[in-house]
Write a protein that binds this ligand. Structure first.
Ligand SMILES: [Zn+2]
Length: 40
């Protein structure tokens, strides 16, 4: 079952579709945008 772990480890970080910032936390209103662009 190691391959599953590897899969998630190798997932690229989520990027903001607006500014390209890396999205680290997933909030309730999360989309493909970072906090700044999302909750403006
Ligand atoms: Zn952004």
């Amino acid at each position: 079952m190691e391959s599953v772990v590897e899969f998630f480890k190798n997932l690229p970080p989520k990027m903001c579709a607006e500014c390209g910032e890396k999205i680290e936390e997933q909030h309730e209103c999360y989309s493909n945008k970072c906090d700044k662009c999302n909750c403006e």
